[in-house]
Design a protein around this ligand. Structure first.
Ligand code: GLY
Length: 372
């Protein structure tokens, strides 16, 4: 019997396991494939809430709170794991190419500035000075200094090491086949290798979370949205800053790659990279840094983002049941939101107080839980 059993070993499951074990709980983490083998390793690793969330509100607040947890989170993690996760506060530059985009960006800049965020308006000349490879057609931009990126694959590896060092029971290649219940209490899960029991179970299985909640007759709307991403070599292309446009993004990493993204495809659980996906990426980034068309192609991959019906994650108890909660549905921002998700879910699991999670509660989608 473990205090907490987490089902799904992506960035959210690993981060929560790490945080719970830091707080002294016994934790078992189950993953059907490899650690972070789905959306978490496919991500571009951007830490950019001011770009990702286009209006003020709870998602922006959650994203910024998570961004600000990152320095302490990474430094503690690096200490426990001994691994460098290449956290890079490179700044993020959002670029407008037309009068229309400039006007809408001005509005965004105004409310961001009024809300006290560390953003700077940039003229075409200032953008050229910051990143000489930016197109001469760039009209204006917002430069956000405190944002940046991280090497998500190194982050995942560091979390696995830290969890192991802190005594988390790590079961990869372990397929969960159903919930173990007693009345309206979830007491663990059934796996292909037998039953695992826990005081509390958390569904952290990303795009698969809806299927697991369905076992409890609790239909939460999580679906996979495929993101195709490509990487080119940075040799000859000395970009420093993450560059975002309306049609694509360019993320220069510290490992010699420039990651270019991304598609948002409704393709079910298919993870193929398609020619039309690659064309979309190439056409999407070309207007911002045309010179990249001659960069050496390195690789392309795809991941399944867990999307919810209202764009917000599901954090908190599963309605109608005891002993079970969900932390999933982070869509494009699982890496960004992992430290805050670990914190607020660990607070909930320690205290039993779900009110702070009210606006992310799975209950918003469940009118009449079948188990009540
Ligand atoms: N976070 C960027 C993406 O999902 O493509």
């Amino acid at each position: 019997m473990t205090d907490c059993l987490l089902v799904g070993g992506g960035i959210i499951g690993l981060s929560l396991a790490y945080e719970l074990s830091r707080r002294g709980m016994t934790v078992t983490l189950v993953e059907q494939g490899d650690w972070g083998g789905q959306a978490s390793s496919a991500a571009a690793g951007m830490l950019a809430p001011l770009k990702e969330f286009s209006k003020p509100g709870d998602m922006l607040e959650l994203g910024v709170a998570s961004l600000r947890l990152y320095p302490e989170w990474v430094s503690a993690l690096q200490e426990v794991s001994g691994a460098d996760v290449q956290a890079t506060p490179s700044g993020v530059l959002t670029v407008a190419l037309t009068e229309e985009e400039t006007a809408s960006m001005e509005k965004k800049y105004r409310w961001q500035k009024e809300a006290g965020y560390n953003v700077q308006w940039m003229s075409a000349r200032e953008m050229q000075e910051l990143e000489p490879l930016i197109t001469e057609h760039a009209m204006a931009g917002i430069y956000s200094r405190e944002e940046g990126h991280i090497n998500n694959r190194l982050l995942l590896a560091a979390l696995v090491l830290a969890c192991r060092n802190q005594g988390v029971k790590l079961l990869s290649g372990c397929v969960v086949t159903g919930m173990a219940t007693e009345g309206t209490r979830v007491v663990g899960v059934q796996t292909a290798a037998g039953k695992l029991l826990a005081s509390h179970t958390v569904i952290t299985s990303g795009a698969w979370a809806g299927i697991m909640a369905g076992w409890l007759q609790c239909p939460v709307p999580i679906r996979p949205v495929r993101g195709q991403v490509a990487a080119v070599s940075s040799i000859g292309f000395p970009l420093q800053t993450v560059i975002f446009g309306t049609t694509g993004y360019i993320t220069p990493k510290r490992d010699g790659k420039i990651v270019l993204g991304a598609t948002e495809d409704e393709a079910g659980f298919q993870r193929e990279v398609t020619l039309s996906g690659l064309t979309h990426i190439v056409n999407g980034v070309r207007p911002y840094v045309p010179a990249l068309q001659t960069a050496a192609f390195l690789e392309a991959w795809a991941g399944l983002r867990p999307a919810t019906a209202d764009g917000k994650p599901l954090l908190g108890p599963v309605p109608g049941w005891q002993g079970i909660s969900i932390a999933a549905g982070h869509f494009r921002n699982g890496i960004l939101l992992s430290p805050i998700t670990a914190k607020v879910m660990a607070d909930y699991l320690e205290s039993g107080q779900a009110e702070p999670l009210a606006s992310f509660s799975p209950a918003r989608f469940v009118q009449s839980p079948a188990a009540i």
